[in-house]
Design a binder for this molecule. Structure first.
Ligand code: 3UK
Length: 545
């Protein structure tokens, strides 16, 4: 049976705690009050200034935010939806909410009105904290948000709150900077994140007070060894579980500095940030490492000598990307797998112990197991579905009991990922057990793309699966059986793409590659066997194994 336990580590979790106090106020108590906690590089197009916040200021501002929330009637267990860019105000709202026992729920800032309506009603959020430039996304749906009482707007120089909205900054200016963080059970709710599946609606992942502490004291302490001297910069945004750890608790737990960029990611800008802020740990995803590698002569144009290590997650890092990066910048990329439910990374390569193409070895504090479809342990040498155990696992999916029962298996969590453990002890990702597609760090459900595609008169049958580009980075791939009277052509392919765009599909969901075929693999009952096409694509990209 394939089972492995990461090194034992002692993690002290107090019975009663407030995680915001541990991550922020404790730095002040330890004498780091004047040390910079956060630098924001600003964004001219949004009217967001550059700024610099010390740990002492961060403590006071999160206190003001907590007091502001109390003032408008928010308290323990109240959800606050956050549609916020990566600015210091995100941190004030997130940790301010936690300080009073309220529950921040950060979500993607690039969604549609309908998606926000779903999040507001599913979470029963009483308030939403939103950047002023994004409020038009929620204005049309506010009358249908059944539980929402307050719209709290983060203003910028270019965008202000309207009369019927509260200004986050004004609320904070009028609130005391003193607040005694509310200590709750280590098992009280602290924050939620949303996670999506192949079918069905996004699931609220309910995280507890001790989860961020556990992730900080396992991955960030023992794998990255973060210290006061580090400057952390995550291209992945704060609303992703990955970015949240990289830019907040992974840095704050150790008194490090975190660099925030509120703007749209851009590879040249990232190099400039690394140089200007003397970044020591860079965090991003494979597609972005490849975009950075696409910047010609970057190793000469920019000073990247401050980097001591880089981190990859979200999708498997192709071995060639690792090698090219190492050759050009002389620094390792540590690939590691994390999930929203586990809070952060639980299998990772380690400094000095890297196998390119693999996810590495279990992070101290986590246990791994591989099982077959029936949940039975698989023998050594066979691929299996990955189960994980560790104390940062979320409590459950909010009001999704059936899904909770299927994935939270006692102390174990079913990741839905297929893995192989090799003789050297390295764990390699070999795809998903479900049909979800990963591209640019985002999830695409095949069902959504297929049902839109099927409306096109040329499409008789189709299957949309995980494909790979020439760098072995994940893309959306469509197999299409054409209806009678249609034949494959570049024009038809463009027409299909336009058709999907006009149907309202987001850019990243539109297949980058089409393959026209005469038939699709089917079960006896007429179900399309996506997994066969998925395996075919994998084999084409990685060779058989
Ligand atoms: C896939 C990977 C291969 C895998 C995340 C770091 O990505 C994160 O969380 P999500 O909930 O997605 C989880 C799923 O993504 N995956 C993530 N990392 C890797 N596959 N190699 C990798 N290195 O399918 C997993 O189940 O969005 C990443 C930290 C926190 C996170 N939440």
């Amino acid at each position: 049976m394939v089972y492995e336990k990461g090194e034992d580590v002692e993690i002290q979790i107090p019975e009663r705690m407030n995680i915001a106090e541990i991550l922020i106020d404790e730095n002040v108590r330890k004498g780091r009050g004047e040390k910079v906690a956060v630098r924001c590089c600003g964004d001219a197009s949004l009217g967001i200034d550059k700024s610099e916040i010390t740990y002492h200021e961060l403590m006071l501002k999160t206190n003001s935010a907590g007091n502001s929330f109390r003032k408008v009637g928010l308290g323990v267990d109240d959800r606050i939806l956050m549609i916020a860019l990566d600015t210091p105000e995100f941190l004030y709202a997130f940790f301010g909410a936690i300080k009073i026992g309220a529950v921040p729920v950060p979500v993607n800032t690039m969604l549609s009105s309908d998606e926000y309506l779903y999040y507001l009603n599913d979470s029963r959020a009483k308030a939403v904290v939103i950047h002023a430039n994004l409020t038009e996304k929620i204005s049309p749906i506010l009358d249908r948000a059944k539980f929402l009482k307050h719209v709290i707007v983060i203003e910028t120089e270019k965008f202000s709150a309207s009369k019927d909205q509260l200004s986050m900054q004004s609320l904070m200016d009028d609130s005391s900077e003193e607040l005694e963080p509310l200590k709750l059970s280590k098992d009280a709710m602290a924050f939620w994140l949303y996670s999506s599946g192949t079918t069905g609606l996004p699931k609220g992942v309910v995280h507890l007070q001790h989860d961020m502490l556990y992730s900080a004291d396992t991955y960030y302490r023992h794998v990255l060894n973060v210290s006061e001297r580090d400057v952390c910069y995550s291209v992945s945004k704060l609303f992703f579980a990955y970015g949240l750890g990289n830019s907040t608790y992974g840095a704050f737990r150790f008194g490090a500095e975190s660099v925030l960029d509120p703007g749209v990611p851009d590879p040249e800008k990232s190099f400039r940030i690394i140089e200007d802020y003397r970044v020591s740990i860079l965090f991003t995803v494979p597609a972005f490492y490849n975009r950075m590698l696409g910047v010609e002569n970057a190793e000469e144009k920019f000073d990247t000598s401050s980097l001591r290590v880089c981190v990859n997650a979200g999708e498997a890092l192709p071995a060639v990307t690792y090698q090219k990066w190492k050759e050009r910048f002389g620094v390792d990329i540590l690939d590691g797998i994390g999930t929203t439910e586990l809070t952060h990374i639980f299998i990772s390569n380690r400094p000095g112990r890297i196998k390119p193409g693999s996810s590495g070895v279990p992070v101290p504090g986590y246990e791994l197991r591989l099982v077959d479809e029936d949940g039975k342990d698989v023998p050594v040498g066979k691929p299996g579905k990955l189960l994980v155990k560790g104390d940062s696992i979320a409590a459950f999916y909010w009001e999704k009991h059936e899904k909770t029962k299927k994935t939270f298996l006692g102390e174990w969590f079913d990741t839905g990922d297929m893995y192989i453990r090799d003789e050297d002890g390295f764990w390699t990702h070999v795809g998903r057990a479900d049909d979800l597609i990963r591209t640019r760090g985002l999830w695409v459900s095949p069902v959504e793309v297929e049902s839109a595609l099927l409306k096109h008169p040329a499409v008789e049958l189709c299957a949309v699966v995980q494909g790979y580009d020439e760098n072995r980075v994940g893309i959306v791939k469509a197999f299409v059986v054409l209806a009678q009277g249609f034949s494959p052509s570049k024009e038809l392919e463009d027409d299909l793409k336009n058709f999907l765009r006009e149907a309202g599909l987001k850019g990243y969901k539109i297949p980058e590659s089409f393959e026209f075929v005469s038939e699709l693999p089917m079960t006896a009952t007429g179900k399309i066997q996506r997994y066969k096409l998925r395996l075919l694509e994998r084999e084409r990209a990685f060779g058989s194994k």
